[in-house]
Design a protein around this ligand. Structure first.
Ligand code: PRP
Ligand code: MN
Ligand code: MG
Length: 181
């Protein structure tokens, strides 16, 4: 097979830019949570890369847990119906929760997830997302830590997939239309 980078029309965010920005966000998070015990909640599967790199950029003590959620069918994402495929292992009572995501697209996933986690009695729930597409927003989500705002293009890489492929790209780029048309 061809090198997967050849399926991109453009690199939007380079590996180095991701690395530098995650270090900046980690410094903010280190400061904001210096006196708190934080639980990072990664949203499978897209958040795997940002979780792994953000967690290692942080200096504070932390726990990591994972959730997998799914909209009911790819075409009905805007319905706002989300279901849990894999729940957290940790209980959230009194915990400071920081949700870690790769991208906010419509906002449906994160607005639902924040409400769901808030219902479990945590001390706080904040969100860290590497990417946000403001032009795709259907629901406004209050995100404390954002890496990059990007245009509403079909992007892949660094956790983001097309049909489960391209998650292992080290950068984030726009997928060439010939791949999905
Ligand atoms: C993608 C992405 C976010 C979500 C954002 O996940 O990783 O979790 O969609 O979209 P939204 O803001 O419109 O809800 P996806 O459902 O593709 O699952 P994956 O992480 O396993 O790829
Ligand atoms: Mn996801
Ligand atoms: Mg996906």
């Amino acid at each position: 097979p061809e090198d997967i980078e050849g399926d991109l029309t453009k690199v939007l965010v380079t590996e180095e830019q991701i690395h530098d920005r995650l270090n900046e966000l980690a410094a903010q998070i280190d400061a904001d949570y210096h006196d708190k015990d934080v639980l990072l909640v990664g949203v499978l599967k897209g958040a795997v890369m940002v979780m792994a790199d953000l967690a290692r950029a942080l200096s504070i003590p932390l726990d990591m847990d994972w959730m997998a959620v799914s909209s009911y069918g790819a075409s009905t994402k805007s319905s706002g119906v989300v279901r849990i495929l894999k729940d957290l292992d940790a209980a959230l009572e009194g915990r400071h929760v920081l949700i870690v995501e790769d991208v906010i697209d419509s906002g449906v996933t994160l607005s639902w997830l924040r409400e769901n986690l808030l219902s479990r009695g945590p001390a706080s729930v904040e969100i860290c997302a590497l990417l946000r597409k403001p032009d795709a927003a259907k629901v406004e989500v209050d995100v404390k830590y954002v890496g990059f705002e990007i245009p509403n293009d079909f992007v892949v890489g660094y956790g983001l997939d097309f049909a489960e492929k391209y998650r292992n790209l080290r950068s984030v780029g726009i997928l060439a239309p010939h791949v999905y048309e």
